[in-house]
Design a protein around this ligand. Structure first.
Ligand SMILES: [Zn+2]
Length: 177
């Protein structure tokens, strides 16, 4: 898939940051994500972990579910849609999400800042590029777009966490993607 020009990438990342901001306002770790298919947003997601009490409801998986719904409504073949889509996400996908992206065969992911604790696209493991049998397709990763803004939003989230919480609890909370 042809690389987009930089201005277009930044514009999509700005939209992904808007989605991340919604998460921040709802008390979720601020990660926002878009799936763009031929210039159209067909899935958007933010962390819904606290709201759903489901630790797997990361932005990327929420967005993937939306793409599947969109495909159903539009009567489209989801394999073709994913194969021609780009995911824009404010933070490096975690190990779980990177594995899901492989399985759905999304060819290209653009992300903002790195995820030093759980990153699956090079920071902790390289799920995106490793040679693995029967686990979908490796995908191309481009990073660093709006990274500073993504980090600022994460910092804002951790600042608003309960300052009276014991240290161990704070650390535990920080472990969420
Ligand atoms: Zn994840």
């Amino acid at each position: 898939m042809a690389a987009e020009d930089e201005g277009a990438v930044l514009a999509w990342m700005d939209q992904a940051l808007d989605v991340a901001k919604e998460a921040l306002e709802k008390g979720e770790v601020p990660v926002g994500c878009l799936v763009v298919y031929h210039g159209e947003v067909v899935g958007r997601g933010r962390n819904e972990v606290n709201e759903t009490k489901n630790a797997t409801r990361h932005a990327e998986l929420v967005a993937i579910d939306q793409v599947l719904d969109w495909c159903k409504q539009q009567n489209r073949d989801y394999t073709e849609v994913f194969a021609n889509s780009v995911m824009y996400v404010t933070v490096e996908p975690c190990i779980m999400c990177a594995a899901a992206l492989r399985l759905m065969k999304i060819p290209r992911v653009v992300y903002g800042c790195r995820n030093e604790r759980f990153g699956g696209c090079g920071s902790v493991l390289s799920i995106s590029s490793d040679d693995m049998v029967d686990s979908g397709e490796p995908f191309e990763c481009v990073s660093g777009y709006r990274a500073k803004e993504a980090v600022e939003m994460l910092k804002a989230f951790y600042r608003q966490e309960n300052p009276n919480a014991p240290k161990s609890k704070v650390r535990k909370k920080n472990n969420r993607n």
